[in-house]
Design a protein around this ligand. Structure first.
Ligand SMILES: *Cc1c(COP(=O)(O)O)cnc(C)c1O
Length: 447
């Protein structure tokens, strides 16, 4: 390029020299140079390799393979958000005229997707309230049911799913069980080991862990059975318009995730940024350390809160009085997670929750969870505001309920902040000393 003009040389630059970096490189590029004329045609025909970042990218691919391994699945697909992961996972199973049977105890964004968006596309949805009873799942199955959907640990009140029982119901009918395992993370629980077919996560939460990026992931068990499933999932077993091999012919037991990767994600287009994928991958490197600490601290905080006079109830599956405690002891041997709810005592729960949240100094008032920093939210006036009182009560959200997501801070600092907030909730007065202590812990020491 020695003879080229300045602008030509500036835009083409020098060629990248390849080397094997120890940290995952960020391939922040829309596309990849084809090696040859035939290579281009082969990649468009489905050959393994990289052509365009919407279809595949080495940074994204590294994170996908790590997640598939940690989750105990065969393959993973990273997408731009948790909502995109749930959407793509369900659309890989259900078509117009199909039916989804979902747990009542789910993230509100998912409930909206099911009730508003998918219903408009001709997909019917029913909800199971008593998710602990396999007969309730069995009774909800209809001839056109194509997916069972539930959370391993539910938002917000921590109901634990009996994955093995619900997966067995699905298996008897040849219907896939999709588990949103955002609250558990693969460190605490791997639903595929208990019979789930597909796992989704909001990677924005614990996987990335630092509250800086959004992402979502779908992980497949690789156990798609074309014989028992042929009538239910024709889009996976029949050839394409142009005679293109079916997902089963291309990927066998991985047909579901192959269809999601090849036929859904590149068309609907929720592509993750390679930079976000890098940050999720970096988060994964410390997942067990964070989640172990966060779970242990959350249990201590939950026990402390449950003993305070201003508290009506604490819904944490690690506490013996929680309805899912028995299942938590079976499924969550390394900790019951770090997101739970505390319901304040008193006649006017909303007023108490307002005083409590406004008095928090260290814990951030924010709608997010799984962050290294502790966070608080009042679900009844925010995430769950559009539900009726009865619907809110059914998912454990009362006027005085506050959802906490416990981070990695020192437990004594968190308890001091919560003590200050509780006394403000009870007396209506903010204890200036407590707030100062919380602020001091929250702010960096000046140099
Ligand atoms: C946050 C969350 C989602 C949605 O994920 P986004 O990354 O925010 O799109 C889905 N399920 C659960 C359980 C969540 O907590």
């Amino acid at each position: 390029m020695g003879h080229a003009g300045f602008t030509t040389r500036q835009v083409h630059g020098a060629r990248v020299r390849s080397a094997e970096p120890r940290a995952t490189p960020i391939y922040l590029t829309a596309g990849f140079r084809f090696e040859s004329f035939d290579d281009a045609a082969a990649l468009f025909g489905g050959a393994d390799g990289f052509a365009y970042t919407r279809v595949g990218n080495p940074t994204v691919d590294q994170v996908e393979r790590t997640l598939a391994d940690l989750e105990g699945g065969t393959r993973a697909l990273l997408v731009a958000s948790g909502q995109a992961a749930t959407t793509i996972a369900l659309l890989s199973l259900v078509s117009a005229g199909g039916h989804i049977l979902a747990s009542t105890h789910i993230y509100e964004g998912t409930r909206g997707l099911l009730r508003d968006n998918l219903e408009r596309f001709g997909i019917e949805v029913d909800f199971v309230d008593d998710i602990d009873d396999p007969r309730a799942w069995e009774a909800g199955i209809r001839p056109h049911t194509r997916a069972l959907f539930a959370e391993s640990i539910s938002n917000a009140a921590g109901r634990v799913l009996d994955i093995a029982e619900v997966a067995a119901v699905g298996r008897r009918h040849g219907i896939a069980l999709v588990v949103d395992s955002t609250f558990a993370t693969p460190y605490l629980l791997r639903p595929i080991e208990h019979g789930a077919d597909v796992v989704v996560h909001s990677a924005s939460k614990f996987l990335a862990g630092h509250g800086s990026v959004l992402g979502g992931v779908i992980v497949d068990s690789g156990r798609f059975d074309p014989v028992s499933a042929a009538g239910r999932y024709p889009h996976l077993v029949t050839r394409g318009r142009d005679g293109r091999p079916s997902a089963v012919e291309r990927a066998g037991g991985d047909a579901r995730i192959a269809y999601a990767r090849d036929d859904l994600a590149p068309r609907f287009g929720p592509t993750p940024s390679p930079l976000n994928a890098f940050l999720i991958g970096q988060g994964l490197e410390t997942l067990s350390l964070r989640v172990e600490r966060q779970s242990a601290t959350a249990l201590r905080v939950a026990r402390w809160l449950a003993a305070q006079p201003g508290v009506e109830r604490v819904d944490h599956p690690g506490l013996p009085e929680h309805p899912s405690h028995r299942l938590a002891r079976r499924y969550l041997l390394d900790g019951a997670g770090s997101v739970f709810t505390v319901t304040l005592a008193g006649e006017d729960g909303v007023a108490a929750a307002r005083r409590f949240i406004e008095a928090l100094a260290l814990i951030t008032h924010m709608t997010h969870l799984g962050d290294v920093r502790s966070l608080a939210l009042h679900p009844a006036s925010t995430s769950h505001a559009h539900l009726t009182d009865a619907e809110r009560a059914a998912v454990g959200v009362h006027p005085g309920t506050v959802r906490l997501s416990i981070g990695i801070e020192d437990v004594d600092d968190l308890i001091a902040d919560l003590a200050g907030a509780l006394s403000a909730a009870e007396t209506g007065r903010v204890d200036a000393g407590q707030v100062a202590a919380g602020r001091a812990a929250a702010e960096p020491v000046p140099a």
